[in-house]
Design a protein around this ligand. Sequence first.
Ligand SMILES: Nc1ncnc2c1ncn2[C@@H]1O[C@H](COP(=O)(O)OS(=O)(=O)O)[C@@H](OP(=O)(O)O)[C@H]1O
Length: 248
Amino acid sequence: MGPRCRYPIAKGMRDEGFVEWVSEIDVVAAPLPSPPCTRKLPRDLMPRTLEGQITMEKTPSYFVTKEAPARISSMAKGTKLIVVVRDPVTRAISDYTQTLSKKPDIPTFESLTFKNRTTGLIDTSWSAIQIGIYAKHLENWLLYFPIGQILFVSGERLISDPAGELGRVQDFLGLKRIITDKHFYFNKTKGFPCLKKAEGSSKPHCLGKTKGRTHPDIDQEVVQRLRDFYRPFNMKFYQMTGQDFGWD
Ligand SMILES: Nc1ncnc2c1ncn2[C@@H]1O[C@H](COP(=O)(O)OS(=O)(=O)O)[C@@H](OP(=O)(O)O)[C@H]1O
């Protein structure tokens, strides 16, 4: 027997309450194996999906991984894809905040943003910037999947109206609308919606400490420059998805 595969995202899913949410609607959440195992058919490594269940897998980096669409399509071309997107400028700052929490000595956000600050040339090779060019990544997916097979969830609405966005997710997956307003409350201290009851518990459940970190103050001129940079890509993304995410 070969070495056991690691399941790198299982913990993250649990941290985010994802497993609890999906299992409530009888969905099997099973992560794909980590890179050493990718040559094996992930199907063989996953628990069996029983009648009436849907298997879900979540890895944020798939959306920006060049090889992902071809691999997923060759494995199961009918796979339904869900992408959560937020304002790319806020996303870049959030990404930077996460790195900063692990490496406090990194340069400032402002200095990493530019190849040349005087000319205002943005460093598009910096992953925090690159990931937010959604239209470009989506083009790669549309070579393998029809647009109707992809649901785009607004990260902003997931906060302002979690039940509404989850309603769209349930419809897209062909599930009964079981998760509704009744499942959420707004936690003022956290500044985010939380679940009234986590599965198997009578206690409320909010996402962990690493979600919803306070972002550092960024020079508004830099923020504006980034807004200008992303605008055409955002417009193209709205056109491709048929949804206006209201990021401008
Ligand atoms: N309910 C609730 N509670 C806490 N946080 C919430 C919630 N809903 C959405 N968010 C937003 O999720 C952001 C973190 O998610 P990430 O996608 O960056 O996480 S991860 O990279 O997949 O670990 C996190 O980004 P930051 O605010 O930058 O920390 C939040 O804005």
